[in-house]
Structures are given as C-alpha cells and as structure tokens.
Design a binder for this molecule. Structure first.
Ligand code: ATP
Ligand code: MG
Length: 223
C-alpha cells in the first residue's frame, strides 16, 4: 500500500503554557513495498509522525492518504478497522500486556479468534524463535524476547504496512540484528511497506530511503 502525507501538523494545546508544535507541515510520498528509515534527533517528531501515518493518532491538520483513501475523514471505528486489516505496529516500548501470555498477546489484534488463527500465531512464534515461550508472561521474558513477541503481534494480521519505532533501540547488538533480519525477511517475503524509526545508522542504510527529521520537519530525503 502507498502512503501520502499532505501538510501534516501536530500541535499539543497546553492550558498553562505555550502550545507545543511537534509537526510543522510534513509532506511525504511512500510507495507500496518501499522500506523507509526515519532518523533525526530525540524530540524531532518521529514517533508522533509514524503514529499519525499508522492511524493511531490524528493530526491537528493535514491529510494521510493510504492507497488514495483520505483516512482521517473517517470516524474512529473505520480507522480501527483500517489498522486491523492493513497495519502492523511495533512500538518504541513494546507494550505487551502483562496479564496475558505471549500467545494471548500475539492474538490481541485478532477480532475473531478461530483455531486457524491460533495455528498462525504458533507459526509466527516459531518464526521469531519463541515457541518455547508461548505460555510465558511478558515479565518472564528478556528484552529481546519481548521485542520478538511484539514483532510477532505486529505480523499476526499479515499487514500490508509495517511500522517499527526503534525496534532494536533497547537491545544488544546481536539481538538487534536478529530482529532486523526478521523484519527485512518478512517484508521481502510479503512485499509489505516498511517504515521504521532508528538511531542506528547501519540499520537506516538497509532501507531504500532515509528521511531525516528535525524540529517537526522533514529536512533531507536520501535515496
Ligand atoms: N502529549 C504531549 N504533549 C506535549 N508535548 C508532547 C506530547 N507528546 C509528545 N510531545 C513532544 O513532542 C516532541 C516530539 O516527540 P516524539 O516522541 O515524536 O519525538 P521522537 O523524534 O520520536 O524522539 P525520540 O527519538 O526521543 O523517540 C517532543 O518534544 C515531545 O516532548
Ligand atoms: Mg520516538
């Protein structure tokens, strides 16, 4: 799926202090199947931007078009369905739910859990090397295992667009490399669009394009 951002802004209104302008007119054109790495200093607005592109947050103004559909014209129920059907998201902090097992966490984005979906979840767990941890709870996992579980959860609905916000940020080099490999192997297999945020230059270089951000704006697009 392709994604177009038109003049996106995000401003947090503050009652007792100055409004915080986090995105100031971002325009992007991301082609179907492309891999994109967003880089830039802390606070540049990278997470905010990909949350909006991933339809998890609304912009203050501007548009996001996914395969030419103007998404934010629609209500939250539509956005939710659009996300479920098309989007997988790996967060900067993994956000696994602590009261659910690994297998249950992976099945969270599935609305109608049938036997086949459980089989799919088990297949994905195998792919990320976590079969032996299916019945464990997140706090029983290492950081790398938690991130792999979060990756498995992002893949369960076979997304056409995968967002990954610093997927290797909190991991040691070897574990980070594993996650990296899994992500790129998945998108080359499924032809999904991959949009990641990273502070890791080597990881960024693996993407088709690097998009640098600063102070809520896109500053450079490198091919
Ligand atoms: N709810 C909020 N209210 C006010 N300001 C916010 C809010 N959420 C985020 N911000 C501000 O928006 C700016 C951009 O945040 P964002 O998380 O998008 O940055 P980032 O580029 O992802 O940084 P990092 O590399 O540290 O993850 C920051 O200055 C942050 O303080
Ligand atoms: Mg961030």
């Amino acid at each position: 799926m392709n994604i177009k951002a038109v003049n996106l802004t995000k401003i947090y209104k503050k009652r007792d202090s100055k409004d915080v302008r986090v995105l100031s007119g971002v325009n992007l054109n991301i082609k179907s199947g492309e891999t994109i790495a967003f880089t830039g200093p802390s606070g540049a607005g990278k997470s905010t931007l990909i949350h909006i592109l991933g339809l998890m947050d609304r912009p203050s103004s501007g548009k996001v078009l996914i395969d030419a559909i103007d998404c934010f014209k629609s209500n939250d129920a539509y956005l939710c369905k659009m996300r479920k059907d098309n989007i997988g998201f790996i967060f900067q902090f993994h956000y696994l739910l602590s009261d659910f097992t690994v297998l249950e966490n992976i099945l969270l984005p599935v609305w109608n859990i049938k036997e086949t979906k459980i089989k799919d979840a088990e297949k994905i767990l195998k792919k990320v090397g976590l079969s032996h941890r299916a019945a464990h709870f997140p706090n029983e996992l290492s950081g790398g295992e938690q991130q792999r579980a979060a990756l498995a959860r992002a893949l369960i609905n076979n997304p056409k667009i995968i967002f990954a916000d610093e997927p290797t940020g909190n991991l040691d080099r070897a574990t980070g490399k594993e996650i990296e490999k899994l992500l790129f192997a998945t998108v080359s297999e499924t032809k999904a669009t991959l949009i990641l945020v990273t502070h890791n230059d080597k990881l960024a270089l693996k993407a088709d394009r690097i998009i640098k951000m600063r102070d809520g704006k896109v500053t450079t697009i490198k091919n």
